[in-house]
Design a protein around this ligand. Structure first.
Ligand code: SF4
Length: 370
């Protein structure tokens, strides 16, 4: 039996009704899904673009009650650099995606149902069990990641409700193809939001399965709605690494807010995109300089741990002192004082703890669960 057929059966067995906020009923029992920017019109018996939300006899059924990836990662891996530095995040994912990026590093889960080579085991969990695991492992943050969390937002909100009852903080690691409706739906639970800004060329976005303007609109909206937002651009040689395109991205982000951290990270050949070479450090340095010249206060070069010099540290934008010194995902030293620079008192944008760990625990990542 092809893997996609086996997974289709498995997914159909692990669903619940969509949150009422994320569905509109139409004529002939068709539904419109509002969970991502595709806004799929789904007739009875069909699924949306993501293939995991489908219309069963006039009801939009959505993924529920399982995870396909579950581990404890450093929060810097998400990456969030200005939220709980040095802490870990309980990270869970499900299956499927609304995009089909040729370089996806999580394609085994994200492209399940679209690619017979993809496919992975899933495990049944309740929201309370997941939240209890975070508490048991002394992890302050839960993050929906590995696949696109917008398409499984209903499940994430149930997990996050359980997490919030236990005092946990919650985040999305997302492609940003959101709708105003889904952002309003998750806002009471989600505080941290990472968006991939993959290109500033709509033709490139269409190849990946998205629309540039949807992502730009989401970035502006996330900021307006008060999410803590960090943006990542995987810099792929010959795809999005021209000065012109990097400059457009940097100026757009700075126009939304110069306090948004911009992570420019190194590509390595993966999945279907095996032609471009690995991103050289010099390209990340150029992207870093472009971001800083555009007015961004916090630009980080990633995926080349230890090979980017000061570009993975957090500087104070006023006095220039290094406040958080990192090597890859590892915080070597945190000299923040609450939400401010300990040298000059400048306020630093982010979600900070009054008494943070001064360095990462780093006792073996990822820490597998059970
Ligand atoms: S989550 Fe997006 S792709 Fe999936 S059914 Fe809804 S609108 Fe379509």
């Amino acid at each position: 039996m092809p893997e996609s057929v086996r997974l289709r059966e498995l997914i159909e067995d692990n669903t619940g009704p969509a949150a009422p906020e994320l569905v509109v009923k139409g004529p002939n029992d068709a539904v419109r899904c509002l969970a991502c920017g595709h806004r799929c019109h789904i007739p009875v018996g069909h699924a949306g673009v993501c293939r995991v939300r489908f219309n069963r006899r006039g009801e939009l059924r959505v993924p529920f009650g399982y995870v396909s990836g579950l581990q404890i990662d450093p929060i810097e891996k998400k990456p969030f650099y200005h939220a709980f530095p040095g802490r870990d995040a309980l990270s869970f994912g499900m299956l499927g995606c609304d995009f089909h990026c040729g370089y996806c590093q999580n394609w085994v889960t994200s492209q399940a149902l679209r690619d017979d080579r993809a496919g992975t085991r899933v495990s049944g969990y309740s929201p309370d069990e997941l939240a209890d695991l975070a508490v048991e492992h002394d992890v302050p943050v839960i993050v929906s990641t590995y696949n696109e969390p917008l398409i499984t937002a209903d499940w994430a909100v149930c997990v996050f409700e359980a997490g919030r009852r236990r005092g946990l903080r919650c985040g999305f690691v997302s492609n940003g193809n959101a709708t105003p409706e889904v952002l309003a739906y998750i806002r009471p639970y989600v505080e941290l939001y990472k968006v991939d800004l993959k290109s500033f060329d709509d033709k490139h976005y269409r190849k990946l399965g998205g629309v540039l303007q949807n992502v730009l609109d989401s970035i502006g909206r996330l900021k307006e709605m008060g999410f803590w937002l960090e943006i990542v651009t995987l810099v792929v040689p010959t795809f999005n690494d021209s000065d012109d395109e990097l400059g457009q991205m940097a100026r757009f982000i700075a126009g939304v807010s110069p306090d948004i951290p911009w992570h420019v990270t190194a590509f390595h050949p993966d999945y279907k995109m095996t032609d471009p070479p690995r991103t050289p450090a010099a390209t990340l340095f150029r992207a870093y300089d472009i971001g800083r010249a555009a007015g961004l206060r916090y630009v980080y070069a990633g995926n080349l741990a230890g090979g980017v010099d000061h570009r993975e540290h957090t500087p104070c934008p006023r006095c220039g002192q290094v406040l958080i010194r990192r090597r890859g995902f590892y915080v070597e030293e945190n000299r923040m004082k609450g939400d401010a620079c300990s040298f000059c008192g400048e306020s630093i944008a982010g979600v900070w703890e009054a008494d943070p760990p001064r360095q990462s625990r780093g006792d073996g990542w990822p820490r597998a669960i059970r």
